[in-house]
Ligand binder design. Structure first.
Ligand code: GDP
Ligand code: IMO
Ligand code: MG
Length: 422
């Protein structure tokens, strides 16, 4: 029996989908524990690219059961679209293989409208959300106004929950509320075969000795508590969120795997000390195909930030790191790594600062390591990596204090180096 959490160690898009898919081959269960269809997890198998937004990245193995945990916010229409896309790609997902928590919260049309209205109201302080209604849905959950998946099948309860808010006044719209109640009740009927008590299901699997991944979305720096607030998402991607969002006790967790890119990207607004707005940043974007999986926005790119990564090790209790996209650095003559920040007052920080203004004004301090200037994308054994690539990964693991157990050198399954030790 093993329970592994997979968590993004940066600002999302670290390659969690690829890593989850690789590890899921030997797993019985993959559970998404937070976020919603703001996530975009890419899995490449042969010539086919799967873009998963809600369905866990274990779905491509028939042997793996996938669960949407109670901590996720679920847009039913998007879910059925995703199931249809998978079917068109040759993956038939049945209720035997795919389950949904009956107490996950539902993203309603109002939440999506509110998301875009709030963004335009913010004028100059936009978050740059994905516009999927995530924040408003979690806000309703926390303020105890939410609708949960199980509510959709009881039309009277659903009507009461939706009508307890005067949505048309709140949003200054004239939505057909009765029509929305009908529509979501019908979606509930379609969801019914998938609904379960997910905490019970997952804990029974743990007791039966099954192997389980709890798959995070977004990343540590987007965590509503530990991230770069207010430029964050509205859930807890950190490992603690996995216990809440799956209904599993902390002592059941054996491994906490942080997925980190060999550099850093960020989508949306907010401070980013190592951001490169020059030709090197553009090179990373092009070589790394850094365009959002969900919104197709160009991702902001920069050098690896070890202050942030050490922070991710701490707040998640990472036991290991999977280092992805090392191949994207193939052409670099030298590679910079940020080991500290200089604050506006001249102080040198090696721990992540919690004050927003202090962080926003930090200047990165860099070490510079030699690059390898060779194509590593076909290498599958650690020993075959150029010495400078090994040095880079050793530098990272030494500085953050946890081992790197996997290096990814391309988007495909076979572009993966498993390390016994670094
Ligand atoms: P996630 O949200 O963390 O699952 O990451 P995304 O799927 O949004 O973004 C990661 C992107 O990088 C996807 O297009 C992957 O196919 C791709 N990718 C993953 N690992 C590697 C790698 O090692 N090298 C390269 N070049 N691409 C990778
Ligand atoms: P995956 O799982 C990268 C960012 C948005 C925005 C902020 C808040 O693919 O790593 P939201 O719509 O959640 O209210 O937006 O969070 N964001 C992501 N950035 N990867 C993601 O998911 C993200 N999900 C949300 O760009 O800055
Ligand atoms: Mg993504």
């Amino acid at each position: 029996m093993t329970v592994k959490i997979i968590v993004g160690a940066q600002w999302g898009d670290e390659g969690k989908g690829k890593i989850t898919d690789i590890l899921a081959e030997k797993m019985d269960l993959v559970v998404r524990y937070q976020g919603g269809n703001n996530a975009g997890h890419t899995v490449v198998v042969g010539d086919t690219t799967f873009k998963l937004h809600l369905i866990p990245s274990g779905v491509l193995y028939k042997t793996c059961t996938c669960v949407i945990g109670n901590g996720v916010v679920l847009d039913p229409e998007v879910l059925f679209q995703e199931l249809a896309t998978l079917r068109a790609q040759g993956i038939e997902v049945t209720p035997d293989q795919f389950k949904i928590s009956s107490i996950a919260h539902v993203i309603l049309p109002f939440h999506k409208l509110l998301d875009s209205q709030q963004e335009s109201d913010r004028c100059e302080n936009k978050i740059g959300t994905t516009g999927r209604g995530i924040g408003p849905c979690y806000a309703d959950k926390i303020s105890r106004n939410g609708v949960r998946v199980g509510d959709l099948v009881n039309k009277d309860r659903l009507a009461k929950l939706i009508r307890q808010r005067n949505w048309n006044t709140l949003l200054n719209t004239e939505l057909d509320i009765d029509g929305i109640i009908d529509q979501y009740h019908q979606l509930g009927q379609r969801l019914k075969p998938y609904m379960i008590d997910s905490s019970l299901f997952i804990n029974n699997a743990i007791d039966a000795g099954k192997d389980i991944i709890l798959e995070g979305a977004q990343g540590t720096m987007l965590d509503v508590d530990h991230g770069t607030y207010p430029y964050v998402t509205s859930s807890n991607p950190v490992s603690g969120g996995a216990c809440i969002g799956a209904g599993v006790g902390p002592h059941k967790i054996n491994h906490v795997i942080g997925v980190a890119k060999a550099y850093v990207t960020r989508v949306g607004e907010g401070p980013f000390p190592t951001e490169l707005t020059d030709a090197t940043g553009e090179m990373l974007r092009q070589r790394g195909a850094e365009f959002g999986t969900t919104t197709n926005r160009p991702r902001r790119c920069g050098w690896l930030d070890l202050v942030g990564l050490r922070y991710a090790v701490r707040v998640n209790g990472l036991t290991e790191i999977c280092l992805t996209k090392l191949d994207v650095l193939d052409d670099c003559k030298t590679i910079k790594i940020c080991y500290g920040y200089r604050t506006a007052s001249g102080e040198v920080l090696t721990e992540f600062p919690l004050d927003y203004d202090e962080f926003a004004n930090c200047v990165p301090l860099y070490d510079e390591l030699p690059g390898w200037e060779t194509d590593i994308s076909q290498i599958t054994e650690y020993d075959q990596l150029p010495e400078t690539a090994k040095s880079y990964s050793k530098y990272v693991s030494t500085k953050v204090g946890v081992p790197i157990t996997l290096i990814s050198v391309g988007s495909r399954r076979n572009q993966t180096i498993h390390l016994l030790q670094v």
